[in-house]
Design a protein around this ligand. Sequence first.
Ligand code: ADP
Ligand code: MG
Length: 320
Amino acid sequence: MASGEFDLIARYFRGLGACRDDVLLGVGDDAALVLPAPGEAVVLCVDTLVADVHFPLDAPAASVGHKVLAVNLSDLAAMGAQPAWALLSLTLPETNDAWLAEFARGFSALACDAGVALVGGDLTRGALCATVQVGGTVPPEQALRRDGARVGDAVYVTGTLGDAASGLALWQGGEPRRDADAVLIERLHRPTPRVNFGTALRGIATAAIDISDGLAADLGHILQASNVGASLDVDAVPQSAALQARFPAEQRLRWALAGGDDYELCVIAPPEQEAALEAAAQAENLRLTRIGVIEREPGLRLQRADGSVVTLERSGWQHF
Ligand code: ADP
Ligand code: MG
């Protein structure tokens, strides 16, 4: 990008987010220097949001800034990691001060909230696209991996599912919006990563994953990695009051099981940890629902309370 690149970085991105003692060198040099505490593993992940694929081109810029960080923090939460540092790679079709200021505002608010320092990045010209890499820390033996689920463990989810998928339908649908729809659209544009609950799961959960592609698909990853199966009571899968008031039951169930973008956590834990798990959720004022059980027989079985079986033609979102 032209000479304005350095001005833009200085104006919008230098010093963004939390101020951290473990950042020895942040934005401005060839690369950043960070110093994790002794004995902590560094947990790294990256996620890209492409305009028109991951967010509508007309999505509010502050929401895009929030969401591109939130989806990464959600991955850290699912590892039980404490977030610390972020790198931001931004591709813009043109420099648009109003858009950049709003994007930085959305990013910064969540970064400060989560204790994350923006330590570097990149700025290029092209089709609108934002990539964030985050680093967090966790004692290596306490990381929540996908391969730890055991037969007899219970399956839980945080929050409510299906809201974001309904929000996308409402945003794209063109049907007249009702006042209450704002709640569902907000769930799409501004997901809440379950950061504190994620770290609270250390030593309690046997496995965890964040629900980005849909419950069935994401739980499926845990089952595969852990070499187990599961049965879910689909009627127990929590749905928000806003969703229930707006859409028919069949549609809601599809979204709750296979709609993406909710960024809630699916948590696997042994039955004897139920009280500890509930206390952790309560401390975060977070809804936590037990929806099923891990079994020896491979595969995911979706059952209604009346015993009938639910099948999905598409278990989750896939790009390819
Ligand atoms: P280089 O040419 O060495 O890759 P850049 O010109 O890309 O350096 O970046 C200069 C400095 O500004 C680096 O420290 C980089 O991390 C930081 N930086 C660039 N873009 C961003 C951004 N979007 N957000 C935060 N820091 C950025
Ligand atoms: Mg660069």
